[in-house]
Design a protein. Structure first.
Length: 640
């Protein structure tokens, strides 16, 4: 019972990752602001998404994925594709229509709910496990977020999540459907493969000089070097700013003294008690009776008739502590009610006091142990203090340097050297970059920076570009040092590559031709001479044993009455494969565990499908319109 005298500090925990989310800096405010119609890339009803907003979202999404793509040229190419950029725009539109719908449905997040959610994030706790406003603001600053922006983002996330849950929780799947799925997944099929690989036919393909020259002449549009430029550029980031920062011993000592409370553990005391409970609203006679009982217990203690623990178990009305002989454990000053607190923190170890009256009744209290206030020595926190002070100074230095950087690249527009000299930066030189891509140079590969590099001011007037924030706390300014217009490539420079391409294409065509001929022969019921089939293996829809995903679909499209059956296809690595299905074995028994697992997965799939259909419906109603020339392939230009 007396455990409730302690302050409960139990918070529901949620996972909030402190990263700059795609929409963190561009939420409802930018959505509702007026805009120039020519600057809009998409409209949702009467509101729009600006070119700048969209460009930054694409840039942020590319930054998050670029590290994963560095070892994969195809992935790096995808980050520059229309498909990737369209996916970013679709995410932005999806979020907008969901927020609009939630607003129409009256969904909102109260201040208390928002406060509770943010207050439960352990990343914002201090060393005592309490929410720290200072740490909260510090972590947000590190992500270039203000509290208002972060809170708006969390509020939107909660609203969108609530709407999604409302829609998806209606998903229902019948047990009969689940059972069919389980049996289909558990069905085994014996499969062997016959592979026709282009590698086997490559040496049989002859490509003449005439073939190579003809392909070049017929496809000259493929052999052009795009307009390109080489630039010299400067990078200012916190690492560069850190070179100018140092921390003195005096600053460390001052910080230690100012933050001393952070390095101290508060005094804690351990006490035991015996509670003779009586309601605060009880009559004086009832209170006198309870006090009399408390005095009697105290007398027994003083006469040493029984131990404190025994008397607590016998008389105490606080079941939470009585079972433990009255032990309340350690607690800080201020956690108990005032009169109880004063008695404990004025006593000596072993001293018994009472009866002490509180709103819960009368207490006999014994002080059992004291944990004194402890202070972490300066030497043990010096390194952390230095790190904190330096970080603060670096942030200040970067802000100051960034202003100088931005000013000088503009005022000293005909050279980057004055900026480099002033801020002690190193001028770097790039490889060729185009209007659309800077390749693997992640600092230059930003649409707004590339646009500035290929502007008339940079190309014709040889001016520095302005400073662009290409990453959080990273500024770049560039200056063109070499420029080349689009040019035709010489035949001599590409003839070898063309020959290799034609040889590969011929080998691929031959592999497909041989494979399709073999498949037709098998379908006629005839055998293939010298065919090297792989060893038969049993596959399921879940365990495909290395079988190509499309091949697995084809294998499961075969009926039992067709065995043995043959299906063939060209798979994505250029090979042609014939799959032979010789046996089908049905699942004998469906267990409850099988049903439970499958139902959970199927319900999740249905939820996703319902949500996708719901979003599609909202988009239709919202009259979404995408700028016609936004994507070069023009596969999606409007939705009405």
């Amino acid at each position: 019972m007396f455990n409730f005298l302690k302050k409960h500090r139990i918070f529901s925990q949620i996972i909030l990752v402190l990263i700059v989310l795609t929409f963190a800096l561009f939420g409802v405010d930018s959505y509702l602001r007026g805009r120039d119609a020519t600057d809009v890339v998409a409209e949702i009803g009467s509101a729009g998404i600006s070119q700048r907003e969209y460009g930054i979202m694409v840039s942020q999404a590319q930054d998050r994925l670029r590290a994963q793509a560095q070892q994969n040229p195809q992935a790096a190419e995808y980050l520059q594709s229309d498909a990737f950029k369209r996916s970013v725009l679709n995410e932005m539109i999806q979020r907008r229509v969901l927020l609009n719908q939630a607003a129409q449905m009256g969904m909102a997040v109260s201040e208390n709910e928002l406060r509770e959610v943010i207050g439960s994030v352990s990343a914002f706790f201090d060393e005592n496990g309490q929410f720290s406003a200072e740490k909260y603001e510090q972590l947000l600053r590190a992500q270039n977020l203000s509290p208002a922006e972060f809170e708006r983002q969390i509020e939107q996330d909660l609203i969108v999540g609530r709407l999604q849950n409302t829609i998806s929780e209606t998903a229902i799947v019948a047990d009969s459907t689940v059972r069919r799925l389980v049996k289909q997944r558990g069905q085994q099929r014996e499969v062997s493969q016959l592979i026709f690989s282009p590698v086997e036919y490559r040496e049989k393909i002859t490509v003449t000089e005439e073939d190579t020259k003809k392909y070049f002449d017929d496809n000259k549009e493929l052999f052009k070097l795009p307009e390109r430029a080489r630039v010299e550029y400067l990078v200012l980031n916190e690492e560069a700013a850190a070179e100018t920062v140092s921390v003195t011993d005096a600053e460390l000592e001052q910080s230690y003294n100012e933050r001393l409370v952070e390095f101290q553990t508060k005094e804690e005391r351990r006490a035991s008690h015996i509670l003779i409970s009586v309601a605060e609203s009880a009559s004086s006679e009832e209170k006198d009776s309870a006090k009399k009982t408390a005095n009697e217990v105290l007398a027994k203690l003083q006469a040493k008739e029984s131990s404190f623990a025994e008397l607590a178990k016998q008389f105490s009305n606080d079941p939470g502590s009585a079972e433990n002989g009255g032990d309340l454990g350690f607690f800080e000053k201020g956690l108990m009610v005032e009169s109880f607190d004063e008695a404990v923190f004025s006593a000596s170890v072993g001293e018994i006091q009472g009866p002490i009256e509180t709103q819960y009744g009368f207490h006999i209290i014994r002080l059992d142990e004291i944990k004194p206030l402890l202070t972490t020595p300066f030497d043990e926190v010096k390194e952390q203090l230095e790190k904190d002070i330096k970080q603060s100074k670096v942030e200040e230095a970067y802000i100051k340097a960034s202003q100088t950087f931005s000013d000088l690249v503009y005022t000293e527009f005909d050279s980057l050297q004055p900026v480099a000299d002033e801020l002690k930066l190193t001028i770097q030189t790039s490889d060729w970059v185009s209007r659309d891509s800077a390749g693997f140079n992640t600092l230059l590969d930003k649409p707004e920076l590339l646009q500035a590099i290929f502007s008339a001011e940079a190309l014709d007037e040889k001016r520095n570009t302005q400073a662009f924030e290409v990453q959080p706390k990273t500024l770049v300014a560039a200056r063109v040092v070499e420029h080349a217009l689009e040019t035709d490539m010489a035949y001599e420079d590409v003839s070898e590559e063309i020959q290799q391409f034609l040889q590969s294409k011929g080998a691929l065509d031959m592999a497909i031709s041989k494979g399709t001929e073999a498949l037709e022969t098998l379908k006629k019921g005839e055998q293939l001479s010298d065919a090297e089939w792989s060893k038969p293996q049993m596959v399921t829809m879940v365990k495909r044993q290395g079988l190509h995903p499309e091949g697995l679909k084809a294998v499961y499209g075969v009926g039992k009455d067709e065995l043995p059956a043959h299906v063939g296809m060209e798979i994505d690595d250029g090979r042609y494969v014939i799959f032979k299905v010789s046996k089908i074995v049905d699942m004998e028994e469906v267990t409850e565990d099988d049903m439970s697992t499958a139902k959970e997965q199927l319900v999740q799939m249905v939820k996703q499908q319902q949500m996708s259909a719901y979003i599609a419906s909202l988009r239709d109603k919202a009259n979404v319109r995408i700028k016609g020339d936004l994507f070069s392939d023009q596969s999606v230009v409007s939705e009405e």
